[in-house]
Ligand binder design. Structure first.
Ligand code: HEC
Length: 102
């Protein structure tokens, strides 16, 4: 019986060794959270093309949380970092500043 536990332990140990040796491509934990959590009710297409400031994103995420998005405090800041960095107005986002016509 304890042999099973030993085997399991060895497997977990081997898996963690493998993981350490060969880290999966995971550039940004926020990205993973966004693709998991923010696609729950609507597609991620909702985010594409948005260019909000960090403050605006904070409001958007708060709004999503009040809609029922399961976001912890820790996840909130990771998501905010990711969105502000990748969908912010200063980045080379798809949407231009709107006001500049000439
Ligand atoms: C519990 C359901 C739910 C989850 C989870 C959710 N949303 Fe939403 N989201 C909505 C609803 C409802 C709307 C408003 C309806 C619409 O515009 O289609 C919306 C609209 C939006 C919009 C467009 C409206 C706006 O204010 O610009 C954005 C951007 C957005 N969500 C971002 C996010 C992000 C980022 C996350 C992850 C943190 C997320 N959503 C997770 C329900 C959700």
């Amino acid at each position: 019986m304890s042999g099973v536990n030993l085997l399991l332990g060895a497997a977990v140990f081997a898996a963690s060794l493998l993981a350490a040796d060969n880290p999966p491509p995971r550039p940004d934990p926020g990205k993973k959270l966004v693709s998991e959590i923010c696609s729950f009710c609507h597609g991620l297409a909702k985010l594409k093309g948005q260019s909000y400031t960090r403050e605006q994103w904070s409001d958007v995420i708060k709004g999503m949380v009040s809609e029922g998005a399961p976001v912890t405090d820790e996840e909130f800041s990771l998501i905010l970092d990711y969105l502000a960095k990748n969908f912010g107005p200063s980045e080379q986002g798809p949407s231009k500043q709107g006001k500049e016509e000439k």
